[in-house]
Design a protein around this ligand. Structure first.
Ligand code: RB5
Length: 142
């Protein structure tokens, strides 16, 4: 299961990513928001991240206007490693090196086509472990 959520600024991109994943046969748990009415991104981040930490979701996608606010919110939650994606290299590397369990996008700064390329790069990558696990253990201690 892939968990997804956005605020109003990320609503349209969230809908596009959800449709893309479902079109590929993936199960998606949509935690809202469900319209362009204004909501607070920390509330969405909390709900989505709790579902990752409980094991309900294998990873999560969060979207706000810039991707910044919702990634800041997610990274305040212990056990969450949220990465704001800006290119396919970083999308792949954050899985391989950081084992990011949440990926974030900015709906007002990224087209659906580019976001889908980054999403695919992340999903096709594998965590490399080794020295990267050591660094993640240190992140967990912070
Ligand atoms: C909402 O207007 C906007 O502030 C939010 O989507 C996000 O960009 C915050 O970082």
């Amino acid at each position: 299961m892939i968990v997804i959520g956005s605020d109003h600024g990320g609503f349209e991109l969230k809908e596009a990513l959800k449709a893309y994943l479902e079109g590929k046969g993936k199960k998606v748990l949509d935690c809202g928001t469900y319209s362009t009415d204004s909501v607070d991104y920390p509330d969405i981040a909390k709900d989505v991240c709790c579902k990752v930490l409980s094991g309900e979701g294998e990873f999560a996608i969060l979207v706000c206007g810039t991707g910044i606010g919702i990634s800041i919110a997610a990274n305040k939650i212990k056990g969450i490693r949220a990465a704001l994606l800006c290119n396919t290299y970083s999308a792949r590397a954050t899985k391989e090196h950081n084992d990011a369990n949440v990926i974030c996008f900015g709906g007002r700064v990224t087209t659906p086509e580019v976001a889908i390329e980054m999403l695919d790069a992340y999903m096709n990558a594998k965590f490399q472990g080794g020295r990267h696990q050591t660094r993640i253990d240190k992140l967990t201690e912070l």
